[in-house]
Design a protein around this ligand. Structure first.
Ligand code: GLP
Length: 242
């Protein structure tokens, strides 16, 4: 696993974007993530698209996860996030953008269909990831067991609390989500994880300190992948003595 330290959020966003832009033509399937962390990277990609350096015309995208119970046009749905933070500003064909969607927490067919789609595409050529404070990846929450494939999860109190900053209050945060499993995510040929700010230091420590894998910190499953680069800010590196 390669670790790249940038002085701040702007710098890690730029470094990750430069890497992607440099290898753009080798990517057909782009795996995107939500959360606030990839926003800076998306702004860089939007600019590169406007400058004519990259095009999304022939690209297909797959997203990691989505809340259950929010309509697609809800301002906190991950479909809305992707449209407004990236897709609406680049030359992608929206028909080629995929965000999982489950009608309720019992919708196992939606999980199966999403895995079939990802498999048919051959997995993402590059998958962008953020990380939760508790080490969650997409919505794979720390647990005794994890599902390998796309699955429906009950969000932990810690994630509901962390994500309530986007809603009026904690009660409005959906309780369930559909998410690619760690197995689905590991099908990507290359993975980039971005983490900014000391709140993520504990989670990142578990990811880089040794070669142990644990369902208590789903990000540690990334240790099983041969091509992962993590971009972290200097304050995280300092906090964990990197
Ligand atoms: C959410 C998303 C994750 C994301 C995480 C961190 O719960 N499902 O994909 O990585 O939160 O978000 P942020 O980047 O805003 O800290």
């Amino acid at each position: 696993m390669k670790v790249i330290i940038g002085k701040d959020y702007a710098e890690i966003s730029k470094l990750a974007a430069e890497k992607m832009i440099g290898e753009w033509d080798s990517y057909n399937i782009l795996g995107f993530a939500t959360g606030s962390t990839p926003e800076g990277l998306y702004q860089e990609l939007i600019q590169a698209n406007k400058d004519g350096k990259i095009s999304f015309k022939d690209k297909t995208t797959v997203n990691l996860d989505e809340y259950i119970g929010l309509p697609e046009n809800h301002k906190e749905s991950y479909r809305f996030f992707m449209n407004t933070k990236l897709f609406d500003h680049v030359d992608v064909d929206k028909k080629n953008t995929n965000v999982p969607h489950a009608k309720d927490e019992f919708d196992v067919a939606a999980c199966k269909n999403y895995d079939e789609l990802v498999n048919k595409l051959g997995g993402a050529d590059i998958q962008i990831l953020g990380i939760g404070e508790n080490g969650h990846i997409a919505f794979n929450e720390p647990n005794e067991e994890l599902s390998a494939n796309t699955n429906i999860v009950k969000l932990t109190d810690s994630t509901i609390k962390a994500n309530s900053r986007f809603f009026n209050n904690e009660d409005e945060v959906p309780r369930y989500a559909i998410t690619m499993g760690m197995g689905t995510i590991l099908k990507a040929k290359e993975i980039i994880l971005l983490a900014s700010g000391v709140k993520k230091a504990d989670a990142i420590k578990k990811l880089v300190e040794d070669d142990k894998v644990t369902t208590k910190n789903p990000s540690t499953f990334l240790k099983l992948h041969p091509n992962v680069t993590i971009y972290i800010t200097q304050d995280i590196a300092d906090a964990i003595n990197l």
